[in-house]
Design a binder for this molecule. Structure first.
Ligand code: CO
Length: 141
């Protein structure tokens, strides 16, 4: 069954990169176009760039901003690669409460601001087969 369109759709696949400007070529060669917008999410220590795949899904490139954020650490430990997948949900708080009740561990007590005017939270990869999963609610344009 296909979920209701705005309850749980793929929003982005996030890829940790050392340098957005050199890595984006791979996806451009595949036929995607990156927005010129580069957004720094200072609290997460990242610079982000997005390319739309369809009306919902994007490729998000994550480049470390500074040397203390999780992406910097990730690159040092594992090198570049897929970092997380993100599902867009209607109500991130309701979704997180539901997931907590189902026994999942969330990385933040409360949703935090993400790129593109979103509220986001993450499910701990240990409870998700090794995949870091983000749930995100768009707050509007
Ligand atoms: Co993300």
């Amino acid at each position: 069954m296909i979920p209701e369109l705005d309850d749980c759709v793929l929003d982005h696949i996030a890829i940790a990169v050392n340098d957005i400007e050199t890595t984006k070529k791979v996806y451009e060669d595949l036929g995607l176009t990156f927005s010129d917008k580069r957004e720094v999410v200072e609290k997460q220590g990242v610079t982000t760039a997005f390319a739309a795949i369809d009306h919902n899904a994007h490729i998000e490139l994550l480049e470390p901003f500074g040397e203390t954020g999780p992406i910097h650490k990730y690159l040092e430990k594992k090198g570049p690669g897929i970092h997380h997948i993100c599902f867009k949900v209607k109500d991130v708080r309701a979704k997180c409460d539901d997931l907590k009740a189902k026994g999942y561990k969330l990385l933040n007590e409360e949703p935090v601001p993400g790129a593109n005017n979103c509220l986001v939270n993450f499910l701990h990869p240990k409870g998700c087969g090794g995949v870091l999963i983000e749930v995100s609610q768009h707050l509007g344009e």
